[in-house]
Design a protein around this ligand. Structure first.
Ligand code: HEC
Length: 439
């Protein structure tokens, strides 16, 4: 496996904001027994500390900040040191660390060399170059291009109490919670920018904002029952930043016909915090009437419903072809692959002129991680005559046959792509929904 190539593709989310905003000077936080060597410190900052911070975030059980953190007893097994668990997990074929990302070959080599030497402290006299705080600092509603009074927000809340925080159960481990609203927009409205609101960052793992025509409870809060037609509008995962639409493009928000929004929060309280209270969610800037932007992007669905995975099958490919009905160029601004837990890899290619030998990658997720679904920005153009082929590869480790469906135990193979102009990618002869999928 080519690790550096994977690292390039495993980019999460919207902005190039994966660099850390942590304090560059780690020496001050080192224990009296030593500091971390500079090269090791840099890898941990780049690849681990957005979750393994002090305090840990996004469900991570422990910090990886100081030399002492790496020599503490492991949470999962007190007979081992954290650095021994690190050695195991960076090579773990099933649930490798870093989650949702990949170490470059050079980073892996740096960690291996150090771990194999017994994870020694920094040698006397070594001083580390200061890291660049980078754009990660500019995440959140305060960095949106519109003032707070003009932002529209949707946030997690307690059942029946729209302004009270959601109490994340201490024993919930891995929990999906959905919050639902009827859309507030009555005339044509576009989203021009999105920002994540991350409240109790210790337990928030990721969120996805969906739109649906299937009626939902206004102000509802409870377990997720995702309707079949739920379509990705936006999303956030650790490392992701604010998302600005291109300057002359707005993303169509559902408005005219009755529509609902579902904010799906994934909580990961493996550390068992008993005081986790969360109001995370999304803030957005919108345009309507005279401020509408020139181009309106819509979310189209690619993929396939023809999923049938035999029990205990190691590798099954499902592919869906979209033959867009268009006389004009279609501009793709983002792709949002979606499968469930049996997904192994995901790819959508543009076949130029419909020719399978002239394929260009639109999005490629060579190692699917259900826990880290993301939007991938792109600026590809689909021209008249092009087709789009989406390929989902699954490994069905269960003893059951698995088919298409919305329950977690079922599978999906969708790519939610934002495209302008409307109606986006629709099958030749296709009617109604904004889908371009095989049936
Ligand atoms: C996106 C967040 C995220 C990133 C980035 C991340 N981790 Fe984790 N890590 C987690 C979560 C969540 C868990 C707990 C669930 C699990 O064990 O899979 C975890 C667990 C671990 C464990 C197991 C601890 C134990 O007690 O057994 C180790 C070791 C670990 N991570 C090391 C790393 C290293 C090293 C990196 C960077 C190279 C890294 N992680 C990057 C989220 C992350």
């Amino acid at each position: 496996m080519n690790r550096s190539r994977l690292a390039g593709l495993a980019l999460i989310a919207f902005a190039a904001s994966c660099s850390s905003s942590e304090s560059p000077d780690r020496a001050s936080s080192a224990t009296s027994t030593g500091a971390l060597p500079c090269d090791v410190d840099a890898v941990l900052t780049r690849a681990c500390r957005k979750c393994h911070a002090t305090p840990p975030k996004f469900g991570a059980p422990m910090p990886l900040d100081t030399w002492g953190d790496l020599h503490a007893a492991a949470r999962s097994d007190a007979t081992q040191k954290v650095h021994q668990r690190v050695k195991a997990r960076i090579h773990d074929p099933v649930s490798p660390m870093p989650q949702g990302d990949t170490l470059a070959a050079s980073e892996l080599a740096t960690l291996d060399r150090w771990l194999d030497a017994g994870a020694p402290p920094r040698s006397n006299g070594e001083t580390c170059a200061a890291a660049d705080a980078g754009p990660a600092a500019r995440v959140g509603p305060e960095h949106l291009p519109c003032p707070a009074a003009e932002q529209t927000t949707f946030r997690a809340h307690a059942a029946g109490a729209p302004d009270a925080p959601f109490a994340v159960p201490a024993d919930s481990g891995n929990l999906y919670q959905c919050f639902t609203w009827k859309v507030p927009w009555t005339s044509e409205t576009q989203a021009t920018a999105f920002a994540p609101i991350i409240d109790d960052g210790r337990v928030v793992h990721h969120w996805i904002l969906y739109s649906t025509a299937t009626p939902q409870e206004e102000g509802g809060a409870g377990p997720c029952k995702m309707p079949f037609d739920a379509t990705f509008l936006s999303g956030w995962a650790p490392g992701g930043g604010n998302r600005d639409m291109p300057p002359d493009v707005g993303l169509a928000l559902p408005g005219a016909e009755p529509r609902w929004l579902i904010l799906q929060l994934h909580y990961w309280n493996v550390a068992g915090y008993t005081d986790a209270r969360d109001r995370s969610g999304v803030a957005m800037c919108t345009a309507s009437g005279p401020t509408l932007r020139k181009h309106t992007a819509v979310v189209s669905t690619l993929g396939s419903l023809a999923i049938d995975l035999p029990p205990k099958s190691a590798r099954v490919e499902v592919s869906g072809m979209c033959t867009p009905d268009t006389q004009q160029d279609l501009h793709v601004i983002s792709a949002g692959p979606h499968m469930h837990e049996l997904g192994a890899s995901f790819k959508t290619e543009i076949l130029r002129g419909g020719d399978p030998s002239k394929s260009e990658v639109l999005v490629d997720v060579p190692r699917w991680d259900f826990q880290s679904q993301a939007l991938y920005p792109t600026d590809k153009i689909v021209r008249p005559g092009d087709k789009l082929r989406t390929t989902c590869t699954y490994a069905n480790s269960t003893g059951q046959r698995v088919t298409f469906g919305e329950r977690t135990e079922d599978e999906m193979c969708f790519n939610f792509v934002a495209v302008w102009p409307a109606p986006g990618l629709v099958n030749a002869g296709g009617k109604g929904a904004l889908r371009c999928i095989d049936r």
